[in-house]
Design a binder for this molecule. Structure first.
Ligand SMILES: O=C(O)[C@@H](CO)OP(=O)(O)O
Length: 250
């Protein structure tokens, strides 16, 4: 017996388009991002992969991607669950900074350590920074020790795994086709867990915007039948993932 999981990174955001570190800053989709979300929904129909339940972060770009793609596959009515635990990685003091300028200022090694190392977080954001979420009402219930001021990928994995086990796995075990609409780094954390990717190797994994990634999981072990899952449009996904990897460098 298998369970079906579909991972979907949000479509292109306004800050993806401007090449800015985003993290917990709540930017919207661009028109291209909306198109990507619609195309994602169409791919779900083409592949006979209609979700029964959707899990999203608390961020607009993932919430809207889920809505647009579910609308496109006539599944706008399914149950929705949201959690900050699926949010993008908090990018600390880099939030709002231009990626190309950061690369030029700090050099490639430091830039890539901040972007893709497993356990080195960027410097924490100042609570008074214009891009801090310290006073954001949607996180008001978070105890201070859980509310991040910066995160590395390990931190993201540590805070997303409880949600995986407590909320997503029960839906999968109940036989539901589960859509998770989230972010580049929160999905990298989930994929690291699912595929058992090492701390070193995960630096090479990039998740493209708006491309549904299907995982068939063994119902008992919740491990993928095929490592890496299957992108519904593999060629486009490969090209788009390479573009994410190259961000800041052009
Ligand atoms: O800025 C961010 O929040 C993320 C995703 O857009 O960027 P990166 O791919 O550099 O981790």
């Amino acid at each position: 017996m298998t369970a079906t999981l579909v991972l979907l990174r949000h479509g292109e955001s306004e800050w993806n388009a401007k090449n800015l570190f985003t993290g917990w800053v709540d930017v919207d989709l661009t028109a291209k991002g909306e198109d990507e979300a619609r195309r994602g929904g169409a791919l779900l129909v083409e592949n006979d992969l209609l979700p029964d339940v959707v899990h999203t972060s608390r961020q607009r770009r993932a919430i809207r991607t889920a809505e647009i793609s579910l609308h496109a596959c006539d599944r706008h009515w399914i149950d929705v669950k949201r959690s900050w635990r699926l949010n993008e990685r908090h990018y600390g003091a880099l939030q709002g900074k231009n990626k190309a300028e950061t690369l030029a200022q700090y050099g490639e090694e430091q830039f890539m350590t901040w972007r893709r190392s497993y356990d080195v977080p960027p410097p924490p954001i100042d609570r008074d920074d214009e891009y801090s979420q310290a006073d954001d009402p949607r996180y008001a219930e978070l105890p201070p020790e859980l509310a991040p001021l910066t995160e590395c990928l390990k931190d993201v994995l540590d805070r997303s795994l409880p949600y995986w086990y407590d909320s997503i796995v029960p839906d999968l075990k109940a036989g539901k086709t589960v859509l998770v609409a989230a972010h580049g780094n929160s999905l990298r954390a989930l994929v690291k867990h699912l595929d058992g990717i090492s701390d070193a190797e995960i630096s090479k994994l990039n998740i493209p915007t708006g491309m549904p990634l299907r995982y068939d999981l063994d119902l008992d072990t919740m491990r993928p039948l095929k490592t890496g899952g299957v992108y519904l449009d593999p060629e486009a996904a490969e090209k788009a993932a390479a573009a994410v990897a190259a961000q800041g460098k052009k």
